[in-house]
Design a protein around this ligand. Structure first.
Ligand code: WT7
Length: 653
């Protein structure tokens, strides 16, 4: 590892740094040695209605996991994002909305956002939404998506945002799981010049026999497209708010009342409804947003994530707005209509902090310097990445070409379940090494465990666990605390298991090596292999399917599928088989959504199984990676000949 480059902290980058490395070390030490005292102080960065007196009450015992932060405090998340700013920065822009077309944008001040959130909160009440009800938000990247989230928070309804790229089936499953009362959507979404039929998808999802709790569908008019209308159920957003007051008393919520549910994929079973609560989440979102991005008063901050993911929740909405930032929200794609769109948006709005994903960086990098032509990017000060390990080449390109060697890069490791950033450099404090997420954030105690469950000390490699709670941690899975304990706390008793592997170097820096379970990371999106497999076996011609990841230049991981067909379905005619492969790709796309579309499908007469019938994924992974010389031990296979056929007919060349 001696050839690893280091980028020492620069003195002249215009950072008004919050901490230098010595301060980081001291603050980190205190946050661990005196967790109670540290988090009691940090808890004050949020406005409480009833101040807390208890800071933490935690059990990581695998059979009775119970996580409480600021338990006896009460607050309202939307008041923390809006009302608290009205006196000091009511006229400051809260959200800059940049539409899909470069000519389309809007500035929304804190005062305006507050007014619209109150109106919509009142509208939700009028539509029968009460404290504790679940509201599903299936929206494009328009300001009303943020309004809807904050309006739910204002009245104590629990929002469940479902990414607009998910299919009607995937949406139906998520609506059904949390007994959603109201769905908020748009007639259509717009991305990269194409429209997405959101309302039509909702209509279809609601025809599923299992979905029977939805009373109202509120529809934002985005494109004015023709849509079906169910008179007793559907209501336009603009009609719903028309007569509502711009004042709405924020509901007093307990710190541990749920703020939102967000579904994410696991290695088995259906998607998990990760639950985040109010007090700890808000403290953690606001603290990490300020320190990790070195956020300074009045700056323009741009997180490119969709609100359908946790990054959008914590670092487009709750963190920046709690801190009174100007948060930029972009409707479209980073390369539409031109490859230099990101840079153009940076110049147009004077973006100071840019937070994006390695997959987007690699897509821009693939076009050489075209991504920066005719742009200056002088406003940029800090760059961030999230979602998957960033390869050093992409890091260097981001650093040199986008940031002109001026801006530190924060490579932030975290998860839907962690609520906020966990392992990350702090700009101006941490010497950077391209490809490393570096050091833990305040209060975070990562550790590595070996196959036997022993903690690895010093330099080494293992599975990444977190030894103690932090305020942003997810508390449970919606309706299934048993699964929560089982998934995260039973692998290594008394520790939170992340599902990732990592390595720690001689400086104590962490290098995340990726998932160690059957979860794929495709363009920074988490995909459960089991979900894709169950979509495939639902096809009438498919007998069995096994899904693995393989390295993909832009997406990080691509989806490689092995399919065995029912007797007689495999044709002797290549064209017939090719047509079926296309049909299967479309099938998965329709069942889950475009992000789950298989990249490569291999039709095979069998899968490598042990004598007890377990599919040996290790072998399938190697073949998909085109590393057929290193298959390891195949002697336990029921029929070793299968492997020769798989290698022979692999489709990744
Ligand atoms: C998984 C979590 C956190 C918001 C976006 C994804 C991978 C995330 C990094 C990073 C290496 C990363 C991990 C993690 N991951 N950030 N900086 N370096 N890997 O949230 O969908 O919950 O996925 O993304 O594998 O477990 P998510």
């Amino acid at each position: 590892m001696s050839d690893i480059k280091r980028y020492p902290v620069k003195e002249n980058i215009g950072l008004t740094t919050l901490v230098n490395n010595d301060q980081y070390e001291a603050m980190y030490k205190r946050s661990i040695d005196d967790s109670e005292g540290f988090w009691a102080e940090q808890g004050k960065r949020i406005d409480w209605i009833e101040p807390f007196t208890q800071v933490r009450d935690i059990s990581f015992d695998e059979h009775k996991v119970n996580i409480n932060w600021y338990k006896d405090g009460t607050l309202n998340a939307s008041a923390n994002c809006l009302d608290r700013h009205l006196a000091t920065r009511g006229d400051q822009t809260a959200i800059i909305w940049e539409g899909d077309e470069p000519t389309d944008d809007r500035h929304i001040s804190y005062k305006e956002l507050h007014g619209e959130v109150c109106q919509f909160a009142n509208a939700l009440k009028t539509q029968g939404v009460r404290k504790g009800d679940v509201v599903c938000i299936y929206m494009p990247m328009v300001p009303q998506a943020v309004v809807a989230m904050l309006a739910c928070a204002r009245i104590g309804a629990i929002h469940s945002v479902v990414f607009g790229g998910f299919s009607p089936d995937a949406l139906a499953g998520r609506i059904d799981d949390s007994q959603v009362k109201v769905v908020i959507t748009a007639d259509e979404g717009v991305r990269g010049g194409k429209t997405v039929p959101l309302k039509e998808n909702v209509d279809e999802a609601l025809t599923h026999p299992s979905v029977n709790t939805v009373e109202k569908v509120i529809v934002v008019k985005r494109t004015g497209a023709n849509i079906d209308w169910h008179r007793s159920r559907d209501i336009w957003y603009h009609d719903a708010i028309a007569k509502e007051s711009k004042h709405c008393q924020p509901a007093e919520m307990r710190a541990e009342d749920p703020l939102f549910i967000l579904y994410t994929s696991g290695s088995t079973g259906k998607p998990k409804g990760v639950v985040h609560t109010t007090g700890g989440y808000m403290v953690y979102a606001s603290l990490t947003h300020e320190y990790v991005f070195d956020y300074q008063e009045g700056e323009v901050y741009w997180c490119t994530a969709d609100v359908g993911w946790i990054t959008g929740h914590t670092y487009l909405v709750y963190g920046p707005l709690a801190n009174g930032a100007t948060s930029l929200m972009c409707e479209g794609l980073p390369n539409y209509p031109n490859i230099n769109r990101v840079s153009q948006v940076v110049d147009k709005h004077g973006v100071n902090i840019l937070y994006t994903a390695p997959t987007a960086i690699r897509a821009l990098m693939a076009e050489g310097d075209a991504a920066v032509t005719e742009t200056k990017r002088h406003s940029l000060r800090v760059l961030g990445t999230v979602g998957e390990p960033i390869n050093p080449e992409a890091w260097e390109w981001y650093y040199r070409t986008i940031g002109e060697e001026r801006c530190p890069i924060v490579d932030t490791w975290w998860q839907t379940e962690t609520g906020g950033i966990m392992i990350t450099p702090l700009p101006g404090a941490t010497t950077l090494k391209p490809g490393s997420a570096t050091r833990p954030f305040f209060g975070v105690q990562p550790a590595l465990v070996d196959a036997e469950g022993n903690i690895v000390e010093g330099v080494g490699e293992g599975n990444l666990v977190i030894l103690d709670s932090w305020p942003g941690q997810s508390r449970t899975l919606y309706g299934d605390h048993e699964r929560f304990m089982q998934t995260y706390f039973s692998t290594y008793a008394g520790m939170y298991f992340t599902g990732d592997g990592a390595r720690r170097d001689e400086d104590g820096y962490y290098w995340i090596t990726g998932r160690v379970d059957d979860v794929l990371n495709v363009s920074g999106h988490r995909m459960g292999t089991a979900e894709i497999e169950s979509a495939l076996v639902a096809h009438p011609k498919v007998a069995e399917a096994a899904v693995v990841g393989y390295p993909h230049d832009i997406k990080g991981q691509g989806i490689y599928v092995y399919v065995t067909l029912n007797k007689g379905e495999l044709s002797a005619d290549k064209e017939v088989n090719d047509a079926l492969v296309l049909e299967l790709k479309k099938w998965v796309r329709q069942d889950i959504g475009p992000i789950a579309t298989p990249d490569l499908i291999q039709l095979t007469s069998g899968l490598p199984k042990t004598r007890s019938g377990k599919i040996m994924r290790r072998i399938l992974r190697k073949i998909a990676e085109n590393e057929c010389g290193a298959l390891g031990d195949t002697s336990t296979l029921a029929d070793p000949a299968v492997v020769d056929e798989l290698i022979e007919q692999r489709v990744n060349r």
